[in-house]
Ligand binder design. Structure first.
Ligand code: S3P
Length: 429
């Protein structure tokens, strides 16, 4: 178990580029593999989660060449995947297991999907249940709630699924199954979750319609290989945005960040807290909006967070909690119950860690109340095996009155293997 310590910084200064977006990197491998012809992917995130997806498709017979810069995927067409000889291990990756469950349900072969001890605790019935209504045959522990999942591929029929949670993983699993299903597969959700699947399906020539309530995919049409440039991950940029805001005297330019409106809740929340983040050179890359972000340290204040901004910032709440603890005034987070079923229970994990650093926090069923005092103490805390908890607490250490030590930090490699190197590059000591 590797512990890392983060020490108070004098400032964060300079320019950095973010590694590729995790969600888009997963989808590029999946669609590239089932398209006809060659796809190339540049900017692919080489984190453990995405490597799990890449290895899964290699195990199903897809040739994926990597020259260190660009991936070249020899797409096999909708029905070209072949049965993996062994169980497919998705590691810590919820996106891999849930999206693959949808895709595997429609294949003409048998698949077993599993993951690490954290992933095996996470809810899967949210995809298993609607897929079963499409005709899928999927078995899992706890009546289909938990991995390992055993999937016997079958012909599927389109359904309408009104998802009770705003979840891009649920939506995308059904969209992938819908590519193979007879007729139309429609998914609606209470608030729009990230729409990278919709954008990439379109880029690959899939037949689909989107409207205010959801997405409809029409099955039985082949996709065509494409070239994809993956933008930088705004969820990774979030750690540097908050770090620069909370360390006085900071000014940081973060280049090439994806600013898809379904992901920019963090920018809205930080602006409402009084943070200065400018979007420069806005452009579009492979159907996704991209910008450079210029962030300057700012006095932050507490705010209320709830409603449709929650799915638009869902992965950023751990670091938002850090910003809130260092703000002046109370921050109330509500409508964020989903945080309890992420890589760990992120409400409980952040409440426990920030309390250890001297913050006053009340947990609620769907969020928390953070009494911002503008200061945190040094502390020793846990990652709970969750990459975003680990990185958030290391960010907190930059602005605390003493060092923050985080145990079990190997998990950072699931999404952001270069995090500490980039932090060392811009932190003025
Ligand atoms: C993701 C969707 C979100 C997010 C996860 C990545 C995706 O999960 O938290 O990190 O790539 O579709 P949910 O769909 O469970 O909200």
């Amino acid at each position: 178990m590797v512990s890392l310590s983060s020490h108070p910084a004098r400032a964060l200064r300079g320019e950095i580029a973010m590694p590729g977006d995790k969600s888009i990197s997963h989808r590029s491998i999946m669609l590239g593999s089932i398209a006809r012809g060659v796809s190339t992917v540049s900017g692919f995130l080489r984190g453990e989660d995405n490597i799990a997806t890449l290895d899964a498709f290699r195990a199903m017979g897809v040739q994926i060449h990597d020259d260190g810069e660009t991936l070249r995927i020899e797409g096999k067409g909708l029905h070209g995947l072949t049965e993996a000889e062994d169980v497919i291990d998705c590691g810590n990756s919820g996106t891999s297991i849930r999206l693959l469950t949808g895709l595997m349900a429609a294949q003409r072969f048998y698949t077993v999907l599993t993951g690490d001890r954290y992933l095996r605790r996470r809810p899967m019935r949210r995809v298993v249940e609607p897929l079963s209504r499409m005709g899928a045959c999927i078995h899992g522990r706890d009546n289909g709630e938990k991995a390992p999942l055993a999937i016997v591929g079958r012909p599927l029929t389109g359904i309408t699924h009104d998802s009770p949670v705003a979840s891009a993983q649920v939506k995308s699993a059904l969209m992938l199954a819908g590519l193979y299903a007879d007729g139309a597969t429609r998914v609606t959700e209470p608030h729009l979750s990230r729409d990278h699947s919709e954008r990439m399906f379109r880029h690959f020539g899939a037949r689909l319609e989107t409207d205010a309530a959801g997405v409809t995919v029409y099955g039985g049409h082949e996709l065509a290989g494409r070239d994809i440039v993956v933008p930088g991950d705004i969820s990774s940029a979030a750690f540097f945005l908050v770090a620069a805001l909370i360390v006085p005297g900071s000014e940081l330019l973060i280049r090439g960040v994806g600013v898809n409106p379904t992901r920019t809740g963090i920018l809205d929340i930080l602006a409402a807290m009084g943070g200065s983040v400018e979007l420069l050179d806005q452009r579009e890359v492979s159907g996704e909006p991209v910008a450079d972000l210029l962030v300057r340290s700012s006095a932050l204040k507490g705010i209320e967070i709830g409603g449709d901004v929650v799915p638009r910032a869902i992965d950023e709440f751990p670091v938002i909690c850090v910003a809130a603890a260092l703000a002046e005034g109370t921050t109330v987070i509500r409508d964020a119950r989903e945080l309890r079923v992420k890589e760990t229970d992120r409400i409980a994990a952040m409440a426990s860690n920030l309390r250890a650093a001297g913050a006053t926090i009340t947990e609620t069923a769907d969020g928390m109340i953070i009494e911002g005092t503008g200061r945190l103490n040094g502390a020793t805390v846990e990652s709970f095996g969750d990459h975003r908890i680990a990185m958030s607490m290391l960010v907190a250490g930059l602005a605390a009155s003493g060092a923050i030590t985080v145990s079990d930090t190997e998990c950072i490699a699931t999404s952001f293997p270069t995090f500490t190197a980039l932090l060392d590059k811009v932190a003025v000591r």
